[in-house]
Design a protein around this ligand. Structure first.
Ligand code: ADP
Ligand code: MG
Ligand code: ZN
Length: 453
């Protein structure tokens, strides 16, 4: 009889212990530790890999440049670093309903057009549900195989028999391996299945895309463990109630990270957005109000214009509220501290809300000056010039610090019809006669040049 062993695993971070604990010592979550039963004998037979690759001298290793396969969707290819690398394991993560199944079904359709074989493992939806979606998306594909299955061993068998060019697992939370007795979706199951998929991808040289739902805490598949195990992590973001979606690469063993691709969701599926800045600024000119500015952020290798809005008002609370959507709250707090210390703007009795329009996350410090000017124009109740874009990081002494890729940002602003751009004085720029460049050294200078007219 197989030896049965159990362990206790945190469902949030994957921490393991031999006994029950009320609070996870690793991530501090309460009540997240669950007993999971492991079948030791079966497990060891599955994990042993054939020793095909003995240690080799570096000088003797031959270079075979990675083979990439286009998804047929150029924005998706770009995020992947130029297409799907053969034999790689790619995680597509995102909230339920964001469009993960949609984009992968569309990708399957495109690949089949190029005579590739695709195996779509549907562990969540029935065959007829997939068929219905395929009809709606107008995906007509000869070589697309739909396989409704949740058992990993059966999936594995079909992958090995069929050797498709691409396998899609929809989703990792819904499949299980019989070597582990805990239910599908538990940390042990996810980890085990993901590990086995990785081995499968490498030994058979097939590319596998795995869908993972993000929990409400924002962790991929509950545990962060998944992220470390795969080659590439693509995050699907966006406001579920709006039509655009953002694909972002957050880990890539074969390419640039922080690359983004932008799509619009319609009844025929996801459509690429060729000029995303235009999309983000669509509502800008019609709704000119105090407290709104345009910044040029840099996403991956592409500059992007987005609108920042700030709202400042007297607080009804004992401690004023600070709310940030799309920008880092600690960044906003730092900017407020600098504004108070360096230009005497006292907001200790005011609530401050900062929002990035369009549901995109701006994590770059180059947004600082735009945020500061949005707050200041709101406080002073003046409208910021709608033809001026802003870039610049704010240092603690109120100095404006240089940002990366300044020429790209300037060109993007000019392309979208901006007449002026405020940039850090320390940035070296190429001549550009089509847009006025205002260089500022300190925050106070930016205010006088941009606001007090
Ligand atoms: N008939 C439809 N017309 C337009 N959009 C639809 C239709 N059906 C579904 N959608 C869009 O597709 C989304 C679901 O996409 P799906 O790929 O199933 O998400 P996920 O796999 O990430 O959970 C819905 O949130 C909706 O935006
Ligand atoms: Mg789905
Ligand atoms: Zn934990």
């Amino acid at each position: 009889m197989a030896k049965i062993k159990s362990k206790f695993v945190c469902q949030n971070c994957g921490y393991e212990t031999s006994g029950y604990l009320g609070k996870c010592p690793e991530c501090g979550t309460w009540g997240s530790i669950v007993e999971e039963i492991l079948d030791e004998e079966k497990k060891s037979s599955l994990i042993d890999l054939p020793d095909k690759n003995p240690p080799k001298k570096l000088s003797e290793i031959e270079m075979n440049s990675e083979v990439r396969m286009s998804t047929g969707i150029s924005e998706f290819d770009r995020v992947l670093g130029g297409g799907i690398v053969q034999g790689s394991l790619i995680l597509i993560a995102g909230d339920p309903g964001i469009g993960k199944s949609t984009i992968l079904l569309q990708t399957s359709g495109e690949l089949c057009k190029n005579n590739k074989n695709v195996l779509y493992v549907s562990a969540e939806e029935s065959i007829s549900q997939i068929k219905l979606r395929a009809d709606r998306l107008e995906v007509k594909a000869e070589n697309l195989y739909i396989y409704p299955q949740t058992n990993f061993e059966l999936i594995k068998k079909h992958i090995e028999d069929m050797k498709p060019d691409l396998v899609i697992i929809d989703s990792i939370q819904a499949i299980y391996t019989s070597t582990i007795q805990s239910s599908a979706g538990s940390v042990s199951q996810i980890r085990e299945c993901c590990n086995s998929l990785m081995t499968l991808a490498k030994t058979n040289n097939v590319s596998i895309m795995v869908i993972g739902h993000v929990t409400k805490e924002g962790n991929i598949a509950g545990p962060k463990v998944l992220e470390h195990m795969v080659d590439t992590v693509i995050q699907f973001e966006g406001d579920k109630y709006k039509t655009y979606r953002i694909l972002r690469s957050i880990k890539n063993r074969f390419g640039n990270t922080s690359e983004v691709g932008i799509f619009e969701m319609g009844s025929k599926g996801l459509k690429e957005v060729i000029n995303p800045s235009e999309l983000f600024l669509k509502e800008y000119n019609q709704t000119q109000t105090p407290g709104s500015t345009i910044i040029v952020t840099n996403e991956g290798t592409r500059p992007l214009l987005v609108e920042i809005q700030a709202l400042v008002g007297t607080t009804p609370y004992p401690t004023p509220r600070r709310v940030a959507n799309g920008v880092d709250l600690s960044r906003v707090l730092q900017i407020l501290a600098v504004l108070e210390k360096r230009i005497g703007l006292n907001l200790s009795k005011q609530d401050v809300y900062v929002n990035v329009i369009g549901g995109i996350d701006v994590s770059e410090p180059s947004a600082d000056l735009g945020i500061a000017l949005a707050i200041i124009t709101c406080v002073r109740d003046v409208v910021f010039d709608s033809h001026t874009a802003i870039v610049g990081e704010i240092g603690l002494s109120g100095e404006i610090r240089a940002v990366s890729h300044i020429d790209k940002r300037i060109n993007e602003a000019q392309k979208l019809g901006f007449k002026r751009i405020i940039i850090p004085a320390s940035n070296e720029v190429q001549d550009n006669n089509d847009i006025e460049i205002l260089k500022v050294q300190r925050i106070i200078e930016a205010i006088t040049r941009a606001v007090s007219k």
